[in-house]
Design a protein around this ligand. Structure first.
Ligand code: 5AD
Ligand code: FES
Length: 348
């Protein structure tokens, strides 16, 4: 039965939520075939290339209070920092010399970074490196703000939807945050012409297998350019500190299902996956992922951007990480490339 479902998915057929649920429940039997099919489909669009994105975690100051996140406003033990616009640009220059052609500016929802400040950074990055893509990941903002940032030159935006189930969303977030506003942001970003990334945590508190099947339907309907998923990992100073982490096994299986559902999607093997399993990122690539997002932040602040416990690579220099990743990826038979890595428009 699972073979038939995988074949149908691979041939471009739409599955129902119950059919996805069946696959998720039979993941132990289905995983090897799903991964092989996902890899083959990925190669049809992207060849053997794995794209790298230079992640600049430029502020851990955040006005929000998501129950899962280590940099939530309510975490008084979190040591806060904010890079200056000049420091952000220096970080990107360094990344450019290392071969990065995409910079991801990620941060908490920090009021210091008004449209004026952030647009200035984006404009300067695009002026210095016109052949590089700029991705923003700075949370929920107004449509006007997204429009101004796009106008300044931002190409892509990552805003994980976190869960497509309204009741589940309300269990992960305080009442001050709204499911509808999150969806409004994603709609605005799409309409403004960003390449948009959504995503969710695997094994977050209260998530069921039915919810995960629902995520596959959501992704199929929204058709994002990128999908970021990683296991939930508890952070000891948050309300969810005592919950179990999500598993690498479930995450890699879902990566395969996402690749089979959206063949040309850009799909990272995330740091959280590398955190719950030392070979997690390699396993993610072998399951159908084709993007890695190593850290470019200055060594002095890396250990402070802790969304969850035991995060990897917090002590390493960017240059060391990239060498490490090249060696790891080579062993999987794939190759890290220097390219912007836009979403493929057709098969190669
Ligand atoms: N474990 C795993 N991922 C997390 N994120 C936030 N907190 C955690 C955690 N404890 C993810 C969220 C967010 C992204 C930047 O990091 O999905 O959107
Ligand atoms: Fe950072 Fe291996 S990727 S040390």
């Amino acid at each position: 039965m699972y073979k038939k479902l995988l074949e149908r998915l691979s041939a471009g057929d739409e599955l129902t939520r119950d059919e996805y649920l069946y696959l998720i429940r039979h993941r132990d039997e289905a995983r090897d075939e799903a991964a092989a099919m996902a890899r083959a489909l990925c190669e049809e669009y992207y060849g053997r290339s794995v794209f790298i994105r230079g992640l600049i975690e430029f502020t851990n100051i955040c006005r929000n209070n998501c129950f899962y996140c280590g940099i939530r406003a309510g975490n008084e033990k979190c040591e806060r920092y904010r890079l200056t616009p000049e420091e952000i640009i220096t970080c990107a220059d360094n990344g450019y010399s290392l071969g990065f052609r995409t910079f991801v500016l990620q941060g908490g929802e920090d009021p210091y970074f008004t449209d004026g400040v952030l647009c200035g950074v984006v404009r300067e990055l695009k002026r210095r490196h016109p052949d590089a893509a700029v991705t923003l990941s700075v949370g929920e903002r107004s449509r006007e703000s997204y429009a101004a940032l796009r106008e300044a030159g931002a190409d892509r935006y990552l805003l994980r939807h976190e869960t497509s189930n309204r009741r589940h969303y309300e269990k992960l977030h305080p009442a001050s945050m709204s499911f509808d506003n999150r969806q409004r942001c994603i709609d605005d970003l799409k309409e403004l012409g960003y390449q948009v990334g959504v995503g969710f945590m695997v094994g977050s508190p209260y998530q069921t297998e039915e919810d995960l099947a629902g995520e596959m339907i959501y992704l199929r309907d929204v058709k994002p350019d990128m999908v970021g998923i990683g296991p939930f990992v508890p952070h000891h100073d948050t309300p969810f500190g005592a919950f179990d982490a999500g598993s690498a096994e479930m995450t890699t299986f879902l990566l395969s299902l996402i690749r089979l559902t959206l063949p040309d999607v850009l799909l990272p093997a995330t740091t959280a996956l590398g955190t719950v399993d030392p070979a997690g990122r390699e396993k993610g690539i072998l399951a159908g992922a084709n993007v890695l997002m190593p850290n470019l932040s200055p060594a002095g602040v890396r250990g402070k951007y802790l969304l969850y416990d035991n995060k990897i690579c917090t002590g390493d220099e960017a240059a060391a990480c990239i060498e490490c990743l090249k060696a790891r990826i080579k062993k999987t038979g794939r190759e890290i490339v220097t390219a912007r890595g836009d979403r493929a428009e057709r098969r190669i």
